[in-house]
Design a protein around this ligand. Structure first.
Ligand SMILES: Cc1cc2nc3c(=O)[nH]c(=O)nc-3n(C[C@H](O)[C@H](O)[C@H](O)COP(=O)(O)OP(=O)(O)OC[C@H]3O[C@@H](n4cnc5c(N)ncnc54)[C@H](O)[C@@H]3O)c2cc1C
Length: 244
């Protein structure tokens, strides 16, 4: 429980302790309990109708940068993560978010790559076996309308702007939140001014990431306009390299 008392927030913890703080920052992710506590009418995480498969694999020499292939509805991609390894991601439309038995992961992921003729994807498909560390993840998103704070309690990261990973920027914008919040707290004389300035600086950039990522997913699931997909990718990355 949280109570604002004068210039402090009193916090009751589950272990029975009670403490007071100048500021409480909620960074408890997509299913944030603090968000529900502060804003009971906040939207709930929304399933996007798309899931992503990922696996860490040996990196062929020709894979030196993030590379994607656009099928009609399936989008495989690879991303180098070290000298010897890369990670594979494959997005798949799944209208219903039902349970997928891990025992079927290898066969399903291989099946998704079946129709792609790129030699590197054929090699990857052959490499997938029971040793591949495959992760399956249904994609959800959430954008909390402003405000992102109440009194001396503020939410950051996925708690307020959980994005699908189409721009690979969810964690990045969460880290930016922390930097900007620290900056505004140092710059402003009161917590109220700092939180207002924080929200003002973060809203548009985070909204853009969540909404553009969601649109990219819609285009992929619906077999939509590839030119619109490229344009959104281009414009979003141009916006993301701007100073925060
Ligand atoms: C498939 C996929 C791929 C992604 N790829 C990328 C990418 O390439 N680049 C990128 O930048 N981002 C990516 N992201 C997004 C990124 O993972 C998230 O945006 C980021 O992890 C959010 O960080 P966070 O700290 O806000 O929340 P989280 O990482 O969810 O952390 C919240 C923490 O709070 C804890 N917590 C929650 N409730 C409680 C509680 N009641 N008590 C105590 N602790 C609690 C949780 O255990 C967790 O440790 C991807 C996401 C997905 C799903």
């Amino acid at each position: 429980a949280l109570r604002e008392i004068g210039d402090e927030v009193e916090v009751d913890f589950t272990d029975g302790q009670t403490r007071r703080y100048d500021l409480v920052i909620g960074a408890d992710g997509l299913y944030s309990k603090l968000r529900t506590h502060l804003f009971p009418n906040a939207p709930k995480p929304r399933y996007s109708g798309q899931a992503v498969w990922r696996a860490i694999l040996p990196r062929p020499a020709e894979i030196t940068t993030c590379t994607m292939w656009m099928g009609p509805q399936i989008k495989p991609g690879v991303n180098p993560v070290s000298k010897d390894e890369m990670y594979l991601f494959v997005t798949e439309p799944r209208p219903v978010n039902d349970h997928v038995d891990p025992a079927t992961f290898v066969a399903r992921l291989r099946g998704l790559l079946e129709d792609f003729s790129a030699p590197v994807l054929k090699t990857i498909r052959d490499q997938l076996d029971d040793n591949a560390r495959i992760i399956f993840r249904p994609l959800e998103g959430l954008l909390l309308p402003r405000p992102w704070y109440q009194g001396r309690v503020v939410l950051i990261g996925d708690a307020v702007h959980a994005t699908t990973p189409h721009l690979a920027s969810g964690a990045c914008i969460g880290i930016e939140d922390a930097l900007v919040l620290a900056d505004e707290l140092a710059r402003n004389g009161t917590v109220a001014l700092a939180l207002s300035a924080f929200e003002e600086r973060r809203w548009e950039r985070c909204r853009m990431v969540v909404e553009n990522s969601a649109r990219l997913g819609e285009i992929e699931v619906g077999g939509g306009d590839k030119d619109e997909h490229s344009r959104i990718m281009r414009e979003s990355h141009a916006a993301l390299v701007q100073p925060i």
